[in-house]
Design a binder for this molecule. Structure first.
Ligand code: GDP
Length: 313
């Protein structure tokens, strides 16, 4: 992740070393290199434009300060602007004053949503919370079972539709028919939250259905669940590997379910980093967590400043 972008930026900065002052043409050449590096890393064009504009203005206006040489000044400006597009401050989960805190997860199928549900549950548990998972993904036949496995690994209970609880669910799974027309995810979500309250869990994580592509029915279902349960946080899980498609997907979910934060999934992969650098800026919502592997422990709180340093290392 970011290796190529990081190498390209480092090479660009190297060209500035040893210069006493930066001429306008030095700045322009640097901006050109930065623009190409960002585009090659799959960063969305509007984000690239705004970023390079901001860097250029600041680089041209920069006083020749005694403390930093011109190359260092440009690195500092690029660093500051990277932190800014990544969201500025670290944004933490807002816990409800009256528990349970309800956290809803949304995203495309395969983004790593269910895996992340387990990671988040374990992470919260390690911090002294008493989370419960709710299986409200009733589209995919194995989704409920998968969440149960994930919950077991995390040592966190899972509320799932059972025979008699949501009519026909198990039968549909057993027959291999799929559960699309059987379970009602809004009801399951509500029941799960009631159950969590009754059992005094202080956080409820609701896993919702994903689809392979954005579609209206999926968005409506997620919006219906959101309206019914008024979650404290809605986390949108996105696969960092999907590159340029990240922006369109994130925008659709921002409009459809009005998420409060982003989880960048599969950051351990060899994604070029474009999704990470575009999504917060384009949607105006903060990146809150990074998912960095398949194990329950592979979760990190997202710190914009640390991510910027990683890119410029
Ligand atoms: P969902 O359909 O969104 O619920 O996605 P899943 O949680 O089932 O994950 C889809 C696939 O991605 C599974 O094979 C996971 O093991 C894998 N996966 C999930 N999170 C990560 C991650 O952070 N890194 C990597 N490398 N793989 C992941």
């Amino acid at each position: 992740m970011f290796t190529s972008l990081s190498d390209r930026l480092t090479a660009t900065f190297k060209n500035l070393r040893g210069k006493g002052r930066l001429s306008e043409s030095d700045v322009n050449a640097t901006i050109r290199d930065i623009r190409m590096a960002l585009l090659d890393a799959d960063v969305a064009l509007p984000v690239v434009k705004e970023f390079t504009h901001a860097v250029r203005e600041r680089a041209l206006g920069a006083e020749v300060s005694g403390a930093l040489n011109p190359a260092q000044q440009v690195v500092k400006i690029v660093n500051d602007e990277l932190v800014a597009i990544l969201g500025g401050q670290t944004r933490r989960i807002q816990f409800a004053k009256n528990p349970p805190t309800v956290i809803m997860l949304a995203g495309l199928q395969g983004s790593g949503k269910t895996t992340f549900a387990g990671k988040l549950a374990k992470w919260l548990k390690d911090q002294g919370h008493t989370p419960m998972l709710v299986a409200a993904d009733l589209q995919r036949p194995n989704a409920v079972t998968q969440l149960q496995v994930v919950g077991e690994r995390a040592g966190v209970p899972v509320f799932a539709p059972e025979r008699g609880n949501v009519a026909g669910y198990d039968a549909a799974v057993e027959s291999g028919e799929g559960t699309r027309s059987y379970g009602d995810p809004v009801t399951v979500s509500r029941q799960g939250i009631d159950e969590a309250r009754a059992r005094q869990h202080d956080v409820v994580i609701v896993d919702t259905a994903g689809r392979l592509a954005i579609d209206e029915a999926l968005m409506q279902q997620a919006a219906d669940i959101r309206a019914a349960i008024s979650p404290d946080e809605v986390l949108f899980v996105i696969d960092a590997m999907i590159g340029q498609a990240a922006v369109e997907t994130a925008q659709a979910f921002a409009e459809g379910v009005d998420f409060t934060g982003v989880v960048l999934g599969k950051l351990d992969g060899d994604a070029r980093g474009g999704a990470a650098l575009s999504v917060a800026k384009v949607t105006g919502r903060p990146i809150m967590f990074a998912s960095v592997g398949e194990q329950t422990k592979d979760i990190e709180v997202f710190h914009p400043d640390r991510m910027a340093s990683r890119i410029l290392d």
